[in-house]
Design a protein around this ligand. Structure first.
Ligand code: MN
Ligand code: MN
Length: 313
């Protein structure tokens, strides 16, 4: 039996308790293929805080989205994939390692039950906890990271190892990311040190800068991502600062000169043949997204495209 969103032709979108895309709220995991889970932590944010408010901001704008995806043959995503909104993971504001442990526990329950978790961050530190949880079920993961930053620094502030700037070094060190099947896309802008990009290459990642992305062309890049991750379960993480700040102003660390919303969605819609076992959309900071919530709308739209990619498998 399908698990369908509330019909917005029957009751207006603004009615009811907001869940992602008006999906049912999960009361049990039985019979589900995937679940939305909010990860409301900004305890790892080096710059703008506020991502703790992102899951509900994304849910609030996601009520605009409809179930048919015309970019994948007009499928009704939710007739293919049974998805519900599992609410939010517990967090401990100000205590990052405790927060990561709580998030790992919450996501692990979904992965162990055979569901694909779709996380709404949170700053990018939360992805390390999701990767730990999903790798516990699926083994080392191919990471597909959309981001204007590599997030592979060793430490941040007084030698601290956990931060939104370090998860993809920690993940390689912990053996939960297979860098030889992983790819980072969208890096650009000024650097802390001349070797900021080479530190990702030294870890074994492939790095596609924003400039290289447009030189390669979006359809070719989409094919290349599938080839790079082939043979591995893949986790896709989408940091909203991948997108130009004109289209995504409400982020923790904006970076000028990125793709616009249309180019971003075109790339995601071109992805196929990826064995997606988990995904997230992170780094929305709703307080900087006023007055029109365009970053939250884009975050919801990106998430819907990732669910469609999973449904299209
Ligand atoms: Mn990031
Ligand atoms: Mn970033």
């Amino acid at each position: 039996m399908s698990v369908l969103p509330t019909d917005s032709l029957a009751t207006p979108r603004f009615c009811g308790v907001p869940t992602f895309m008006r999906l049912p709220q999960a009361t049990s995991l039985e019979g589900l293929d995937a679940a939305i889970i909010g990860l409301p932590s900004d305890s790892g944010a080096p710059f703008r805080t506020g991502a703790r408010f992102a899951p509900n901001a994304v849910r609030a704008m996601s009520i605009m989205l409809r179930p048919i995806n015309p970019y994948r043959g007009g499928i009704n995503v939710f007739e293919r994939l049974r998805v519900a909104d599992a609410g939010d993971a517990a967090v401990v504001p100000g205590y990052l390692e405790e927060t990561l442990a709580q998030i790992e526990t919450a996501v692990r329950a979904l992965a162990q039950a055979g569901l694909t978790p779709f996380g709404i961050g949170g700053d990018h530190s939360v992805t390390l906890a999701e990767l730990r949880a999903v790798a516990a079920t699926h083994g080392p993961l191919a990471l597909i990271q959309f981001d204007s930053h590599s997030d592979t620094w060793d430490s941040y502030f007084a030698g601290k190892k956990y931060s939104a700037g370090t998860p993809f070094r920690r993940g390689v060190e912990e053996g939960i990311i297979d860098p030889s099947h992983s790819i980072q896309i969208g890096m650009r802008g000024s650097l802390f040190a001349p070797d900021d990009v080479s530190q990702s290459l030294d870890l074994g990642y492939e790095v596609v800068t924003t400039d290289a992305m447009f030189e390669m062309g979006l359809p070719a890049l989409a094919q290349h991502i599938a080839a790079r991750t082939a043979g591995r379960p893949a986790f896709l993480t989408f940091d909203l600062d991948f997108v130009d700040p004109a289209a995504a102003p409400g982020v923790q660390t904006p970076e000028s000169g990125g793709p616009n919303a249309r180019e971003t969605l075109a790339l995601l819609r071109a992805l196929k043949d990826i064995n997606l076992v988990g995904a997230d959309v992170v780094e929305l900071s709703p307080g900087f997204d006023q007055p029109a919530q365009i970053t939250a709308l884009l975050a919801a739209t990106v998430m819907a495209e990732l669910i469609a990619l999973r449904a299209d498998r």
